[in-house]
Design a protein around this ligand. Sequence first.
Ligand code: BEZ
Length: 212
Amino acid sequence: MPTLRLGDAAPDFTADSSMGMINLYDYLGDGWGILFSHPADFTPVCTTELGTASKFKNEFDQRNVKMLALSVDGVASHAEWIKDINEVQNTEVNFPIIADEDRKVSDLYDMIHPNANSTLTVRSVFIIGPDKTIKLMITYPASTGRNFNELLRVIDSLQLTAYHKVATPANWKNGEDVVISPAIATDDAKKIFSKGVEEIKPYLRMTPQPNL
Ligand code: BEZ
């Protein structure tokens, strides 16, 4: 199985989940998606992550991003675990968790890294664009919970740069100035970016975020 890379088609699949059978492409429709794996049910870091993710659902909705979690345990186990998550995180898990008992989806997305753990998934994140290609991949070890503010930040960057000829600098946050794509000559940039162009170096030109 070839390794997935940025720009590749996100492998489609149909799998059982805590909310019934799900086909990835149907589930995503023409929106964006985030697929994130968890090593196992009833584990402490995963419990905090899924509680946090459910509290962030409005933020993902606002960005037209469908959420889809995955763990290698079964539907019955997910149902019991979700009760715990809701209780201890004071929330309501409001998106599906794939029950990947046969590791079909984990294998498709290369979420099991045998030198880390031979049977459990690592903490993979895939962001999938409306064209069903992979826009971003991040991998964390089981011992490190993800930062959901960072996931929203990269989605803001991905969605901005998909539609405007800009890139986002280090530590950029929604609302801050952005970098003009190196492919655009400064004279052309001045016509395109009506809010102004600051030329710091010929290759480093900044402009206010164009979609605000
Ligand atoms: C956890 O979610 O807490 C966890 C899972 C597997 C290994 C280590 C931690």
